[in-house]
Design a protein around this ligand. Structure first.
Ligand SMILES: [Zn+2]
Length: 240
């Protein structure tokens, strides 16, 4: 049984959440959905104890209701940005596994909001940092510190150009270095899974971004070659 007395939401109280869950479970109630979304995620990357307490019921609705799927996905994705949620997340393990299955099923149907769903799915697999940054826009850019000298290297992985640079105030990224993408065969673990999922669903620009993220980049300052994904994962590893 959930002890709702302990489960505050974005407004600092908990009394409304169980009632709102009853209302959205009953039928389509747009006002109740809006209030539930505000109370459990407030639009910012934040979740609250009440968000996790609501998760099992949201996941039960999620098979037939895309709005429940969205909200549940966002709660899991934002979990990494919220201090002290580890125990609450652990209690939701079975719901998160089931949510992952539903999200994967949704991806196979190639929804319009594919990237959002993909990022939610990454979060259900505890790949929170990829869930937070993965982009598929025409001018996606990713920043990471060079492992060999003290500069921030930006990788631009757009549809027209892929290069590493040191981004300054000047326009056009004057100093560019060509990226060296991984071949699909070189990918393993999360990178391979991300790539194979994107290819399975016909998302070729996303697959192309993934082989670049898991490939090598050159630092324009010191000419060191490094793998963005390794540096990025190390920089975002949770403190233990
Ligand atoms: Zn460097």
């Amino acid at each position: 049984m959930t002890d709702w007395e302990l489960m505050y939401d974005s407004r600092g109280d908990s009394a409304r959440v169980p009632e709102l869950l009853d209302r959205v479970e009953g039928d389509l109630d747009p006002e109740a959905w809006q209030e539930l979304e505000r109370r459990l995620t407030v639009g910012a990357p934040l979740t609250f104890p009440a968000s996790f307490a609501a998760l099992p019921r949201l996941v039960r609705l999620a098979g037939a209701n895309s709005r429940a799927r969205r909200l549940a996905g966002r709660i899991v994705r934002y979990a990494a940005a919220t201090d002290g949620c580890d125990d609450l997340l652990e209690e939701c393990t079975a719901s998160i596994v089931e949510l992952g299955r539903l999200l994967d099923e949704e991806l196979r149907a190639r929804p319009d909001h594919y990237l959002d769903t993909f990022r939610d799915l990454l979060a259900t697999r505890q790949q929170y940092h990829w869930a937070a940054v993965l982009q598929d826009s025409a001018d996606a850019a990713y920043g990471v510190g060079c492992p060999h000298c003290p500069v921030e290297v930006t990788m631009v992985i757009g549809s027209h150009a892929q290069y590493s640079t040191i981004r300054t105030e000047q326009p056009n990224d004057v100093e560019r270095r060509t990226l060296r993408p991984a071949t699909p065969e070189q990918l393993s673990g999360t990178g391979r899974w991300m790539y194979e999922t994107a290819v399975r669903d016909g998302r070729y620009p996303l697959a192309e971004a993934i082989v670049h993220l898991f490939g090598r980049a050159e630092c324009p300052r010191c000419a060191a070659l490094f793998t963005f994904a390794d540096e990025y994962t190390a920089a975002n590893r949770p403190l233990v």
